[in-house]
Each structure stands twice: as structure tokens, then as C-alpha cells.
Design a protein around this ligand. Structure first.
Ligand code: T1G
Length: 691
């Protein structure tokens, strides 16, 4: 077993050094090493005090999440914490970088704690579908009080050293490297300048009001989640004697581990990190010191804002002076909003470097330019060529949502510098960016796209070129399924309600009205020439709405009539529907919520499987990241591919076959990859390896 815990002696001080890169996760090696180190130093007569600190970027970033769901190996983390608390010699913990989850639990089991400024502390377990399972729900309230501990444990929010001191979670805030701080702290314990005490001995004041308030709030805001409620129940046990409270915590922790939500939330944690592992990762990104954005519409203004929020100098261009003015005003509004939400300091707001102009020559000196003009091929290629002329050698990106990048690249003198950076609206808020790689895109240009996304605090996902890339292509498929359900007679508000019940913030028709029905209309017109004449025209009803000028919220009416306080289904729908059903000889039928979701989810998964099959997404987890961070897919379900594995390939094949039989022209086809998986027993998670 690799040695990830070391000990050393400095006079009468015993040092325990944790060294398990990258973040000192408390895996089996670290747990066993910690217990052995304690035993060694307790047995060492010279040692009067023990100081514990981490090597590298953090103290302990928590339990090793990769071990979850696997048979636990002794010693378990709760036992390690009890051993520290029971230790016959005072133990002081020094926290730097991150002391999160099990890391904070180890710290509060120690007899004194010193936080080095800049450390992030917290109990993020609830964001992973679990709860602090090594004493955090019992010792936390003893140090910080029930209300404060409840807040940290049910929100998972991270706090700094100063707030932790104010809450009583740490005894001192210091500056300096962990080893030096550890030696000083240990000395202070021996000299009585830093009090050592067992947390279990600290009296805890019951706070039934805080428990009840939190319980009611969570029932209101997170009724669909399992672990937040288990967190409250565990903290409620903190007024029991510690051994009983710990037993209750363990029981609830196990219930969280067994909940399917845990697997989904942990999958989401790793999805966020896995997507950065791209084949071009070894390439060196180009330096980007000045960013150009061409097109000051909603997307252009949002992209410019995202860059300015990250402190990047931006040149915003629009050939129409009034559009430029509107765009600059939108940027200003976005930035003011960020200041009021605490996402930007007033000082930083005052230091933004934004230049606006109506001609491309103002882009001179930009080393990366993002085009966000009207979604028309000719308009885009003309703009791209203009940018290339003014900024030869610069990285040129298009923000197109659908158009073919390889066609655009052909119009450039040097297509190696060209890629897609597909932001999601509002671009300064949505975390996802699809980095679309065209056939000629150079590896260092892809790496530059990913590096920029990281600087903008975005989650970048690599996509190949196809109509709609990863996200919009798959969305078109489940949108089509929703349209067909509506065409067959299932009320749109029933479909939206079912999809909200599944966990999305909005259903497809509500989303359509928000985004504007003209986007889908334009896409259907663009695809009309290549549409399979044998397939049902799923857009028939939407086309009728658009032809009537009902484009959604922006026109006051779309699928819903937004003229009243509460949107109601457009009263014209039943009439339009009857006409189409008669013309298409459709026998009306109303589906229940389960069947609605079966069709919606299966359409999503089937198209996602094709996206993997064609290599548009290099790994299924890339698709999960796109939907988790760009399309509001419920995080606790892990994403469409994670769901597909839960359902199973054979069951999916059977589902699609049933739906194809039920609606032969509905576009239901079993992707070959699912047939293969059903035959050979593979899974999508199995395709996430070998990144
Ligand atoms: N377990 C396993 N791997 C981890 C890990 C963990 N706890 N934390 C990070 N990693 C991996 C991560 O996947 C990545 O791997 C690499 O480390 C760098 O991470 C009993 C039940 C610490 C703030 O929720 O929030 O304790 O991609 O890219 O941006 O009560 O990682 O390179 O292969 O995120 O500098 C609670 C999770 C666990 C904290 C560093 N702890 N980690 O951020 O680097 S549950 C957490 C973070 C628990 C106990 C319970 C962040 C970070 P790879 P990174 P970063």
C-alpha cells in the first residue's frame, strides 16, 4: 500500500503529514495511514502534542468519492475520527486549501484547529446526495451551534477561515505554510496559548425552532431530494449522547448511499471534471490578451459580459449603431446585475475594459474573436472572412447553434484557426460552452477554446460537427417527441407538468415560449428540404402558431397565452389541433404522465446514443455534462446516459420497439449501439474510460 501519511518528530512535537495527491482525499490508504501514525506518535514517549497537516493543495478534500458504493474497507472514516478524538495526546489540525466533508470532520474531531487564510471549509456532502457521515452532524453542532451547523450541512456551502472562526469551527486564523503553522500551533498548545479540548465534551443547546424551520423550508424547496431531509434528521440527533447520535448518523448515511440520487449526483460531480480530459489537452493554448465579439445582439452582449466578468478586455462590434448601443446597454445591465448579486465587486465593475465600434478594423490586435451575428450562413461566412482579414493568425470562433462549421471553414484562408464556441443564453450566466471542433481545427486552437472557457468559469464540452452539435441535436429529438404527443391530443400543459415532475425547471412548451418559437420554425424551414417525407410532420402545430404570429412570450402568445397573470394554454390550440388531426387522420389520445416521460426520456436517450455512436461526443459522460450544465437536466438523475444505464440497453431496445410499433412514422428507431449493448451486455459508463 502506497505511503500517503508520514510522521516526523520535532522535539516534543509529533507531526503527521498527509500526502495523497491531488487533494488528500480520505481514501483507504490515508485512513489506515492516519491511524497508524497516531498509534506511532502516542507510543513515542518524547511526543507531548501531535500536529496534523496536509502536503500539496489541500488539507483533506473529503472522503474519496470514488470509493462510494464499493464495500467499505477498515478503518472507516468515523472510526478514524473517533480515534483522533480519543487520542491521549492533544491533536491540533492545520487546515489549508480545502477542508471539506470528511476533511472538516477529521478537523473537528481534533482537539484544536487552525485555519490558514484562503482555506475553503464546509460540508458539501448534500451536493453529492449524502450527509456528513463521520461525525459532522454531531460534532459540527457542538462547535457551531445547531442553526449554523444545519445551514452548512443542508446547503453544502463553503466558507472561509474568518467565517469558520466566527462560527467556532476553528480556534485561530493564520498565515503561512502548513508545516510552519503546525509547529507554532503545537507549541502554543503545550504553552497553553491554544486550548485543546474534546468536541464531544462541549455542551450543545437544543434548537427545535431551527430544526423545524429548516425542515419546512426543505419540504417546500427540495421535496424531491432525499439527502437534505436526512441531514436534518441527523442533526436533530446531535442532542443525544455522542455514540447514539453517531449511530443515527451512520444509519441515515447508509440510507443516502443506497438512494439512486447519490449515484446521479456523484456522476454529475465527475462529469464536470471528466469533460476537460480531451485529446488536445497536451497542446499548448495560444495566449489570449484581447477578445473581440462581433454582433451585439442577445448572445453577443452575453458573451462580452462573460469575458468582462472574467476581467478580459473586450472589443464589441456591430455594424448597426443602434444595435451596438442596445448591446452596450445590455452589457452594462448584466454587469450591474452581477455586482448586485455579489458576482463582481464594484471595484472590478469600474475597471472593465470594453471598447465598442461599428467596423471590424477595431478588432486589430485581438488574438481571439467570437462571431455572434445573425444565424444565416452567408452573413456568418462574410463576417468570418472580414475578421480573418483584420486579425490574421487570430483564433476565430463562431457561436452558431446549428450551422455546419466545415462549410464555414472552407471560406477561410487558414481554417486551422477556426472552431465553434457555442454559448447558451444567457451567456454570462449559463455554465456550458460547447467547443465544436471542425475537421481542420488545430489542436492548440481547441486547447485555446478550453483554456478560455476555464478562465470564464465555464464548463467546456468538446463536440464534433453535426446539425445542432450535441445539445441542440438531442433536444430536437425529444422536442419532436413532445410535439407528436401534443399532435396526438395530449394537452401541452400536461406534458410540461410531467417534464417538470421529472425534474426540469420547465417543460418543452414553456421553454419554447421563453426562447421564441421562431428559432424552431427557422430550423424546420432549413431542414424541410432534407426532411424524411415518410416521417410525420411533428412541427405542423407549431408552424400554425408561428404563421399566426404567435412566437411565444415576446409576442404575448405562443403555446401559452401570456396576457393574464398566469399563462394558460393558447385558446386557439384545440381548433388548430382538430384541423390537423382530421387532415392527418390522427385518432386523438391522451397519454398519462408516465407514458409522457417514457417517450420524452427515450427520445433523448436514443438520439444521445446516436451522438455517441457517430463520435460527435467522444464519451457518453460528455453528453451528461452538456445536459446537466446547459439544459437543466435534473442533477440527481446524473444525465441522459447515466439514466440509460439505469434503464438498461435491453429495456431501451424493447421500449423503442414498442413505440415504433405504436407510431410507425414517429421516428422511433433503435440505434445500433443499443442493439449491440443489449446483445453483449455493455453500458454507456463503460465507454467513459480511456479518455
Ligand atoms: N474524492 C475523490 N476525488 C476527488 C475528491 C474527492 N473527495 N475531490 C477531488 N477529487 C479529484 C477530482 O475528481 C479531480 O480528479 C482532482 O481531484 C482535482 O479536483 C464521510 C461522505 C477540493 C475544491 O465534496 O470540491 O467527505 O479529474 O479538478 O478545482 O462525510 O475537487 O484530476 O482525475 O475539482 O482545485 C466531500 C469535492 C466528499 C469536495 C479542488 N468533499 N472536491 O478543486 O480541483 S463526501 C467534496 C472539490 C465526504 C464524509 C463524506 C474540489 C476541490 P481528476 P478538481 P479543484
Amino acid at each position: 500500500m502506497e505511503q500517503v501519511v508520514r510522521t516526523s518528530l520535532e522535539g516534543d512535537i509529533g507531526l503527521i503529514v498527509l500526502d495523497n495527491p491531488p487533494v488528500n482525499a480520505a481514501g483507504h490508504g490515508l485512513r489506515a495511514g492516519l491511524v497508524a501514525a497516531l498509534d506511532r506518535l502516542v507510543a513515542e514517549p518524547a511526543v507531548k502534542v501531535i500536529a496534523l497537516y496536509g502536503e500539496g493543495r489541500s488539507f483533506i478534500a473529503g472522503a474519496d468519492i470514488r470509493e462510494f458504493g464499493k464495500p467499505p474497507r477498515d478503518p472507516w472514516l468515523p472510526e478514524v475520527c473517533n480515534r483522533i478524538e480519543d487520542c491521549a495526546k492533544p491533536v491540533v489540525a492545520v487546515l489549508h486549501g480545502a477542508a471539506l466533508g470528511g476533511g472538516l470532520e477529521v478537523a473537528i474531531a481534533a482537539h484544536a484547529r487552525v485555519a490558514i487564510r484562503g482555506v475553503a471549509l464546509g460540508f458539501p456532502e448534500v451536493t453529492l446526495g449524502v450527509l456528513p457521515g463521520a461525525g459532522g452532524t454531531q460534532r459540527g453542532p457542538r462547535l457551531a451551534g445547531v442553526a449554523a451547523a444545519l445551514d452548512l450541512i443542508t446547503t453544502g456551502r463553503r466558507i472561509g477561515a474568518e467565517e469558520a472562526l466566527a462560527l467556532g469551527l476553528v480556534d485561530r486564523v493564520a498565515e503561512g505554510d502548513p508545516r510552519t503553522v503546525a509547529l507554532a500551533a503545537a507549541r502554543d498548545v503545550l504553552d497553553g496559548r491554544l486550548t485543546a479540548r474534546r468536541t464531544r465534551d462541549i455542551h450543545i443547546d437544543p434548537d427545535p425552532e431551527a430544526l423545524e424551520t429548516t425542515k419546512q423550508t426543505l419540504l417546500h424547496t427540495q421535496a424531491h431530494l432525499f439527502s437534505p431531509h436526512a441531514c436534518v434528521e441527523a442533526v436533530a440527533a446531535a442532542t443525544l449522547p455522542l455514540p447514539e447520535g453517531l449511530a443515527k448518523e451512520r444509519q441515515l448515511f447508509q440510507a443516502c448511499i443506497d438512494s439512486p440520487q447519490r449515484a446521479g449526483l456523484i456522476h454529475a460531480f465527475f462529469a464536470e471534471r471528466a469533460v476537460a480530459k480531451i485529446p488536445e489537452a497536451a497542446a499548448t493554448p495560444r495566449p489570449v490578451t484581447r477578445i473581440g465579439v462581433v454582433g451585439a445582439g442577445t448572445m453577443g452582449a452575453g458573451i462580452a459580459t462573460a469575458c468582462l466578468l472574467a476581467g478580459e478586455p473586450v472589443v464589441l462590434i456591430d455594424s448597426a449603431p443602434e444595435a451596438l448601443e442596445r448591446g452596450a446597454a445590455a452589457v452594462a445591465r448584466n454587469l450591474d446585475g452581477a455586482v448586485s448579486r455579489g458576482k463582481m465587486t464594484p471595484a472590478a465593475r469600474g475597471e472593465i475594459r470594453l471598447t465598442t465600434a461599428t467596423t471590424l478594423d477595431a478588432l486589430a490586435g485581438c488574438d481571439l474573436v467570437i462571431e455572434a451575428v445573425f444565424e444565416e450562413m452567408d452573413v456568418k461566412t462574410a463576417t468570418l472572412r472580414g475578421i480573418e482579414t483584420v486579425c490574421p493568425g487570430a483564433v476565430i470562433a463562431t457561436n452558431t447553434s446549428y450551422l455546419d462549421l466545415n462549410v464555414m471553414a472552407e471560406t477561410l484562408a487558414d481554417p486551422r484557426n477556426f472552431l465553434g464556441l457555442h454559448f447558451f443564453s444567457p451567456a454570462h450566466v449559463m455554465r456550458l460552452v460547447e467547443v465544436v471542433v471542425a475537421d481542420a481545427t488545430a489542436p492548440e486552437v481547441v486547447a485555446t477554446g478550453f483554456a478560455l472557457a476555464k478562465r470564464l468559469k465555464k464548463i467546456a464540452v468538446r463536440s464534433g460537427v453535426c446539425d445542432g452539435f450535441i445539445g441542440n441535436r438531442i433536444m430536437s429529438a425529444y422536442r419532436r417527441a413532445a410535439d407528436l404527443m401534443a399532435l396526438d391530443g395530449t394537452p401541452i400543459d400536461a406534458i410540461d407538468a410531467a417534464v417538470r415532475g421529472y425534474g426540469f425547471a420547465m417543460g418543452p412548451f414553456e421553454m419554447g415560449d421563453l426562447a421564441g418559437l421562431d428559432i424552431g420554425w427557422a430550423a424546420r424551414k432549413r431542414q424541410a428540404a432534407t426532411r424524411d417525407p415518410a416521417a410525420r410532420d411533428h412541427g405542423a402545430l407549431a408552424d400554425r402558431l408561428c404563421e399566426a404570429g404567435w412566437l411565444g412570450r415576446k409576442t404575448g402568445c405562443g403555446w401559452y397565452d401570456h396576457s393574464g397573470d398566469t399563462p394558460v394554454p393558447n385558446p386557439a390550440l384545440p381548433g388548430l389541433l382538430r384541423e390537423i388531426q382530421q387532415a392527418e387522420r390522427i385518432t386523438p389520445r391522451i397519454l398519462d404522465a408516465d407514458e409522457i416521460i417514457t417517450r420524452y426520456e427515450t427520445a433523448m436517450i436514443a438520439e444521445a446514443a446516436r451522438v455517441v455512436e457517430e463520435g460527435i461526443a467522444r464519451h457518453p459522460i460528455d453528453i451528461d455534462a452538456v445536459f446537466l450544465f446547459g439544459y437543466g437536466f435534473p442533477r440527481w438523475k446524473g444525465g441522459p446516459m447515466h439514466r440509460a444505464d439505469k434503464i438498461g440497453a435491453a429495456a431501451l431496445v424493447a421500449r423503442i420497439a414498442r413505440l415504433a410499433q405504436d407510431d410507425p412514422k414517429g421516428g422511433w428507431q433503435v440505434p445500433a449501439i443499443l442493439h449491440r449493448m443489449a446483445r453483449e451486455g455493455g453500458s454507456f459508463s463503460g465507454l467513459n474510460t480511456g479518455r
